[in-house]
Write a protein that binds this ligand. Structure first.
Ligand SMILES: Cc1cc2nc3c(=O)[nH]c(=O)nc-3n(C[C@H](O)[C@H](O)[C@H](O)COP(=O)(O)OP(=O)(O)OC[C@H]3O[C@@H](n4cnc5c(N)ncnc54)[C@H](O)[C@@H]3O)c2cc1C
Length: 372
């Protein structure tokens, strides 16, 4: 039996961030994953480190504030991995939100971001936009706004945090199948394909697998996961020169994300409530067609995408938190769910975006710090 102060289950961005913070606080930590580092949702995102402009509309001010704070920290910490980028936001006659409304949102976003280095939102010259974004239709184009957010590579970010954790003396074991978890007043005993491990603290950071993990190991939880999948389509080449924040007629949004380093363009994402097991998840043709239709609505006929142009598709599941028995109570905010038995502690991480992993990890250390 190998003994640790803390075992963290799940090496996605949240598990890696928590493990790194606990190691920094002087704890002996084991980070276990049944797959690889950052191979779950944390490699299936839109790759944005962002405040979440659209969360302003739903009044999730605290989330936007925390995300913008984390965005600034990440740009400073990992300048080679997280960089500010300008996002273009064209407004057409058919756009569901008028220009003035978006301008107010961007003004608030600038104010909340408070970072001088990020750059402010502005109104772009329409003629210049037409020349640079030549694949875009200019029919009924009213104005073009732009604002600044940040872009990363999600799985690389996870790997970087996991490397830092290991440099602090932490242990990472991947492709590890945990067969059983026994919890009593002396702590947790895990039996796995990589051996037997014990610790007085277990952190469950298995993202969208959380409910399945709790059921498998018989662990208690106050919340549940609402699984909302999202897909991205990958195309060869660069259809636009800069990142774009697009609106659909139904008031939903999607991003067009050029990646010059790979000479490819990402388009996403979608939202679909899933009730299958994570292992049975797959991208639906209806969602692929939806994204093609949405982007094509803005492209000139000779630049339109067809199903055969899709180079790759990836699907991820947002691990949104839901209070058990309450289907309507869903927000993008995360919840930390602590359970104790004697001096031992079980902490589940429900939710949590790529962007906010640092704030989340700091809170986890504080919550556990009561008994650390
Ligand atoms: C389509 C989409 C777009 C998104 N875009 C963005 C974005 O642009 N910006 C942003 O900030 N956020 C974004 N998000 C949200 C963000 O990606 C996720 O919230 C975040 O990656 C979740 O990280 P996690 O560590 O909690 O979970 P995960 O990354 O899923 O990690 C969980 C880990 O647990 C492991 N695991 C599962 N079962 C077990 C077990 N029994 N034992 C051991 N390990 C196990 C898995 O292998 C996995 O590695 C997006 C999400 C989606 C779905």
């Amino acid at each position: 039996m190998q003994n640790y102060d803390v075992i963290v289950l799940g090496a996605g961005i949240n598990g890696c961030g928590v493990a790194e913070n606990l190691a920094r606080a002087g704890k002996q930590v084991l980070l276990l994953d049944k797959g690889g580092v950052g191979r779950g949702t944390s490699s299936k995102s839109s790759r944005l480190i962002h405040g979440g402009l659209r969360y302003l509309e739903t009044g999730q001010i605290h989330l936007v504030h925390e995300s913008l704070h984390d965005r600034q920290r990440l740009v400073q910490l990992y300048p080679d991995l997280v960089a500010y980028k300008r996002f273009f936001l064209p407004i057409y006659k058919s756009s569901p939100r008028p220009g003035w409304m978006i301008r107010i949102g961007l003004w608030m976003y600038d104010l909340m971001s408070g970072s001088r280095s990020a750059g402010k939102s502005r109104t772009e010259d329409v003629e210049q936009f037409k020349a640079r974004f030549s694949a875009f239709t200019s029919e009924n184009l009213r104005s073009v706004l732009s604002y600044v957010d940040a872009k990363t590579h999600d799985q690389e970010l996870c790997r970087r945090v996991a490397d830092e954790f290991q440099q602090l003396g932490g242990t990472v074991i991947v492709h590890c199948d945990v067969e059983s978890v026994v919890w009593d007043e002396s702590g947790f005993q895990l039996s796995s394909s990589a051996g037997e491990f014990s610790a007085p603290i277990l952190v469950n950071a298995t993202g969208p697998w959380l409910d399945e993990v709790n059921e498998k190991y018989g662990l208690p939880a106050v919340y549940g996961i609402r699984k909302v999948s999202g897909i991205h389509l990958i195309f060869d080449g660069l259809v636009v020169p800069e990142l774009m924040f697009m609106q659909t007629r139904e008031k939903r949004i999607f991003f067009i994300i050029p990646e010059p380093e790979n000479n490819q363009t990402l388009i996403g994402t979608t939202e679909r409530e899933e009730d299958c097991l994570m292992g049975d998840l797959h991208a639906q043709e209806a969602d692929i067609q939806y994204l093609l239709d949405q982007v094509n609505a803005y492209l000139k006929p000779d630049h339109q995408f067809h199903r055969k142009d899709v180079r790759d598709i990836y699907i991820g599941v947002r691990p949104l938190v839901r209070k058990k028995g309450d289907l309507s109570d869903v927000s993008r905010e995360y919840k930390l769910d602590l359970h104790t038995k004697g001096k031992t502690q079980l902490l589940h991480i429900f939710g949590g975006k790529l962007t906010t992993y640092r704030s989340l990890a700091e809170k986890v250390v504080k919550v556990l710090g009561v008994r650390c």
